[in-house]
Design a protein around this ligand. Structure first.
Ligand SMILES: [Fe+2]
Ligand SMILES: [Fe+2]
Length: 177
């Protein structure tokens, strides 16, 4: 995130958020959703790593992949939609100086959506193989593992940028109380 969009963050650094008088439940819950996304992305990556290390059956891997993958993709989709249509417009209206930063975050959502689409295709391919009693070679698992790494990296950067742009605006303008 360019330095120009970090002026409010410099006034209200991350370790001061929790005790700020304008830090309310909606912001706490929003940060909680981000923690859940980080955990889900990590669980998906480690599920695939466990398989690649021959420490899990195909059945276990497919079960975990479909459960956690579905939770991540579905919840992130709803979360992005809420941010694009409601949350970001509210922040933009409150403080137009940060419109450029919000545009960067909207582009991140598009990039993430494309990678999540690839992930869904790859996961569905594995689920179909499992249903047809076909054991996968190492390659498809290695490929989806690479996708899971890309998701985790993108999410880590996006969520940190988003929190450090949005929370200082919310605290400064006393939004979402
Ligand atoms: Fe976002
Ligand atoms: Fe978010």
């Amino acid at each position: 995130m360019p330095e120009a969009f970090r002026i409010l963050l410099n006034e209200t650094p991350r370790d001061s958020w929790e005790t700020h008088p304008s830090f309310k439940t909606p912001t706490r819950n929003w940060l909680g959703a981000h923690r859940m996304f980080r955990r889900l992305a990590e669980t998906i990556r480690t599920t695939l790593e466990t398989h690649l290390e021959n420490r899990a059956s195909f059945r276990t891997t497919v079960t975990h992949l479909s459960y956690y993958g579905d939770a991540l993709v579905r919840n992130l989709h709803g979360h992005h939609n809420f941010e694009d249509t409601s949350y970001f417009p509210e922040l933009r209206k409150a403080d137009p100086r940060f419109a450029g930063g919000l545009e960067i975050l909207e582009r991140d959502h598009e990039i993430l959506d494309r990678v999540l689409h690839d992930f869904t295709q790859q996961a569905n391919g594995l689920i179909t193989q499992f249903q047809n009693n076909v054991l996968p070679g190492e390659r498809p698992i290695a490929d989806i593992h690479q996708t899971s790494l890309a998701i985790e990296r993108l999410l880590q950067r996006h969520l940190a940028d988003e929190e450090e742009l949005a929370v200082p605006i919310i605290l400064h303008h006393r939004l979402r109380g």
